[in-house]
Design a protein around this ligand. Structure first.
Ligand code: ZN
Length: 415
């Protein structure tokens, strides 16, 4: 029989840790490697050690609490997320995934439940990317995407180095980056979007993370007098840009699972009575699949070709890309099973936001569980999830780990 979590104990831990960095409107300011981050880390370490965990810290401050629930020498099954927040963040984003993991360990310990694998709770450093950029620095460094020394030299807005900030809260650990191994990882998180709430579903089974492509585009027209230049003599770069903005929207609407945004425009010379001679704009395309992204990109290039024929000399360069990611099918199956077992209604989703699980998925089988959040809001003090929603998520987290541990969903499993 799969044990039931203690939802009151879970909620109490959410309320208790929300003291570290509490803001007046119910939210949190717990920037990565701040004194408040140090306090919540100390709290977590104490609670994990009280359960008999061994807590190891790696070179960028990622915390790994190993719970030897298993009797074998198998790699542990991990549960992980983050405890840092945005400057005016809420008390669920990230925190729920770590405290949910703690509740899983506490439940299994209280029931004296033996898993085959050891379990591991992970608190990833600097997920938000708010104080130190980029986001998901700790999980990315673990997965070998960011170099340790580059991370160390990253500075906050006050010029303080990451390494010094890490040292100041006593979390400069000595475990080599990437050396802590685990069999798989599960991450529970609030959805940060409106889909579950709108569909009245309890649990999001997260199939993957959207791919992203960023472009910079330059369109050239001709500056001229706004009064004395007849319309047919104009090459108005902003009119061309306006067509491109609506084209990006149309490309997204005609794609299966895509979104597209022009979020920034620079108009030159930006003067009331001069026909714009040049416009620089940014394009952000996202899609659940790489094929979808390829299609969106080729439609975009067709639009630019049209503007080229009309004499706007479009130039496009790719500023950044992050490929679409599919989570591990065994882990996803374990989540689905865990939700059904808990009697909850699920919806399959693709995450629109980045998460630690996306980087971890490059080095270990991974999946995510979403719960609804009020009005789909996050990165806001008003971010909210109910007692019941949090409890549902953590029960599914526990069920998923137990399912995965049982091996029912593994294709090739060590004997
Ligand atoms: Zn988060």
């Amino acid at each position: 029989v799969t044990p039931l979590i203690d939802s009151k104990r879970l909620w109490a831990s959410i309320i208790e840790t929300a003291e570290f960095g509490a803001l007046s409107q119910g939210g949190l300011r717990r920037l990565s490697l701040s004194p408040e981050d140090g306090l919540v880390r100390d709290w977590l370490r104490t609670k994990c050690e009280a359960l008999g965990c061994t807590v190891r810290i790696d070179e960028v401050g990622n915390m790994f609490a190993l719970w030897r629930g298993g009797t074998s020498a198998l790699d542990p099954i991990a549960i992980g997320s983050h405890m840092d927040t945005q400057p005016t963040g809420g008390k669920f984003d990230g925190v729920l995934g770590v405290l949910g993991g703690l509740e899983v360990l506490r439940t299994l310990a209280a029931e004296n439940y033996r898993t085959r694998h050891p379990l591991m709770l992970i608190n990833w450093t600097n997920e938000e990317g708010s104080r130190f950029s980029p986001a998901m620095l700790g999980s990315g460094a673990h997965a070998g995407i960011f170099d340790r020394d580059v991370v160390y030299e990253t500075r906050d807005n006050d010029g303080l180095r990451f390494r010094d900030a890490l040292d100041s809260i006593n979390y400069l650990g000595n475990e080599k980056l990437g050396s802590v191994k685990f069999r798989a990882m599960f991450e529970l998180h609030i959805e940060q979007g409106p889909l579950l709430e709108t569909a009245h579903r309890d649990i999001g089974v997260v199939l993957g993370v959207q791919g992203v492509r960023w472009f910079d585009v330059k369109l050239r027209g001709q500056e001229a007098h706004s009064g004395s230049t007849p319309l047919q003599h104009r090459r108005d770069a902003l009119c061309a840009a306006a067509r491109l903005v609506t084209a990006v929207r149309a490309i997204a609407e005609s794609s299966r699972e895509g979104v597209g945004t022009v979020g920034s425009l620079k108009v030159i010379p930006n003067s009331r009575n001069v026909i714009p001679g040049e416009v620089l704009l940014t394009i952000d395309l996202r899609n659940a699949s790489e094929i979808g992204l390829d299609q969106m990109q080729s439609r975009l290039l067709v639009q630019l070709d049209q503007l080229r024929i009309e004499g706007f000399e479009p130039e496009i360069s790719e500023a950044w890309r992050n490929p679409a990611l599919r989570f591990d099918s065994d882990c996803i199956a374990a989540v689905r099973h865990g939700a059904v077992q808990a009697g909850l209604e699920t919806k399959d989703l693709v995450s629109g936001a980045g998460h630690d699980a996306a980087y971890v998925a490059r080095v270990a089988p991974t999946a995510m569980i979403f719960i609804p959040c009020k009005d789909g809001l996050s990165h806001n003090q008003a971010e909210s999830a109910t007692f019941e929603q949090c409890a549902n998520g953590v029960q599914v987290l526990l069920n998923s780990v137990i399912s995965y541990d049982s091996g029912a969903f593994a294709v090739c499993y060590p004997a």
